[in-house]
Design a protein. Sequence first.
Length: 217
Amino acid sequence: MGISENELNLLLFVLLTSGLSIVYSTRVKKALIWWTLQTFAVSILILVQGIYSHELSVIIVGVLLLVGKAGIIPVLLGRVLQESKTEWVGEIYLKRTSSVVVAGALTLLAYEVTKPLMALPQPGFRNGLAVGLALIFYGLLLMMIRKVAIVQVLGILLIDNGIFLAGFFLTQGMPLLVEMGSMFDILVGIVIIVILSKQMLENYDSLNVDHMRSLKG
């Protein structure tokens, strides 16, 4: 791998820290900023790898991540937040301190689950796979313990980052068409969610998903 071991570990530390910070955040805007930073770090990782290995397809994937996920998605979600004037993440079931404790336990679980894959060629690859799995766990946790629609969207995006990261380290790269298809699906999904969020604002003047219960029956 072109990137050095120390640089890779630093990027992985940023990814893990940003994931924990999203779980710990009480304000939606801060959670969105942390996710944007995380996605920017993933994009840089892919770009550097593509440049070192002289693989045009990997470079294109990195640019698509940087523009599409780290650029377009935060703008779309930021506009919804501005229109809704939503500030708090909507804590439910777990407060932020308890959430971080659970997230820490999930991090240990991620490293434990990836132990059978310790035969990967470099320690950084093993750490990257564990961090990817941890991000998936964080995303699932957010979707269960928060009740603001945008935060649940961030949970989905965290899962997407985790899946992409784990896939990248397992395959030492990802086919361009696969990533383009995945990113297109995510962007379409986000656009749909933005439209639904605006509809919630018109009907309920809130992004609290508890209001969706009124649609039953």
